[in-house]
Design a protein around this ligand. Structure first.
Ligand SMILES: Cc1cc2nc3c(=O)[nH]c(=O)nc-3n(C[C@H](O)[C@H](O)[C@H](O)COP(=O)(O)O)c2cc1C
Length: 224
């Protein structure tokens, strides 16, 4: 499965079976985590064999079960977009390895002894990882037209990028992002107004990750 195929196959999965992630897959994930941390100065950490974060009432509220592996999204404050972008690359890698995932901002309980948060850093949330009880379901798919502006003809790569962006997970499926194709061919991505603004920039990073993969990285020059 390619990362592009993973974009289509991925849906949030909240219930997992009791099957450990094999050592070779764990190693692939660890390597991707190290690369993300190196590339963007993040402090993401893979936590395995830790069932407590999803054992309490919050998890029940979010309908989570069977989770003992997750990615702790630790980074310095203000790196929301990078957390989104690189976290989603790991989500998509996990999908290619036959694993399921779910971004979780709220419905888990923090386990500070299971990961390291250095001074100036914070935990943005976690991403559950493992073998799902099911493969999840597609979220409501809106047409791309309401999500971009462009002057002149819109090339196919841009449309492909938009289709991929609309398959991105966003907090509460809000999809509060937009893209602009500028006259010089560069692309600008922005958040849109929302009363619940907490995850907007993480969502934007996730959407940009999908856009790049859908459009083909060589086609995308970011304006900012
Ligand atoms: C930043 C972020 C935070 C999220 N937090 C939660 C959460 O706390 N609980 C939950 O059940 N789902 C959470 N989700 C999952 C979204 O509800 C889900 O991505 C969205 O409904 C779209 O569905 P899909 O991922 O299946 O495409 C979160 C997603 C993102 C991107």
């Amino acid at each position: 499965m390619t990362l592009q195929e993973a974009i289509v196959a991925r849906h949030s999965v909240r219930q997992y079976i009791d099957r450990p992630i094999e050592a070779d897959k764990t190693a692939r994930l660890q390597q991707a985590v190290a690369e993300a941390n190196e590339a963007a100065g993040l402090h993401l950490q893979l936590v395995t064999g830790e069932p407590r974060a999803f054992a309490g009432g919050m998890a029940k509220y979010g309908k989570f079960s069977g989770i003992s592996n997750y990615l702790a999204l630790v980074a310095r404050k203000g790196l929301d977009e990078q957390v989104g972008y690189h976290g989603e690359l790991i989500v998509l890698l996990a999908q290619t390895l036959g694993l399921n995932s779910c971004w979780v901002g709220l419905t888990f309980s923090k386990q500070p002894s299971s990961y390291c948060i250095a001074p100036g850093e914070k935990l943005y949330g976690v991403i559950s990882l493992g073998y799902g009880l099911n493969q999840g379901v597609p979220h409501p798919h809106k047409p791309i037209e309401g999500f971009y502006t462009a002057s002149g003809e819109v090339p196919q790569w841009f449309r492909d990028g938009m289709e991929a962006a609309l398959l991105a997970p966003t907090a509460m499926n809000m999809q509060k992002f937009g893209f602009e194709l500028l006259p010089d061919g560069s692309v600008r991505a922005h958040t849109r107004f929302s009363l619940i603004g907490t995850y907007l920039r993480i969502d934007l990073g996730i959407a940009k990750c999908h856009f790049e993969l859908g459009a083909g990285k060589g086609n995308v020059r970011w304006a900012d």
